[in-house]
Design a protein around this ligand. Structure first.
Ligand code: ZN
Ligand code: ZN
Length: 123
């Protein structure tokens, strides 16, 4: 049980230290720095539990593998690099989206993912 807690904390730490959402493989390699005995099935199992507890959130971007980020990071958007599949967090939000919807509709939220090439892939 003690080791489980250590692995769980390693997973949470890797996600809270990261400035962007992480793919499962990335969570595994980062968590392994803290908990060397961790393996992929433990990561999957722990991630599922953490999502259920709403400590982390599943992010599903079009055409990409699932990735995860720590919950409560506030409203934000993503830039997905078509070259290296890195996900960048954008803290800006477009204004005027409510103008797009027909009159009488009630806008409750939006999710926007931009894509293109990051600085490295563009160079
Ligand atoms: Zn890139
Ligand atoms: Zn927004």
């Amino acid at each position: 049980m003690k080791r489980m807690t250590k692995q769980r904390m390693a997973i949470l730490k890797s996600l809270s230290d990261s400035k962007r959402p992480l793919y499962v493989e990335e969570i595994l390699s980062k968590a392994a720095e803290e908990a060397p005995k961790i393996n992929l099935s433990t990561v999957y199992r722990t991630i599922r539990a953490l999502v259920e507890e709403e400590k982390i959130s599943l992010i599903e971007l079009p055409g990409e593998k699932s990735c995860y980020e720590i919950s409560n990071k506030g409203h934000h958007h993503y830039f997905l690099c078509d070259g290296c599949s890195e996900i960048y967090v954008l803290n800006k939000c477009p204004k005027g989206l409510a103008d797009m919807i027909p009159e009488g509709f009630n806008l409750m939220g939006h999710s926007i993912t931009l894509n293109g090439f990051c600085l490295e892939c563009n160079g």
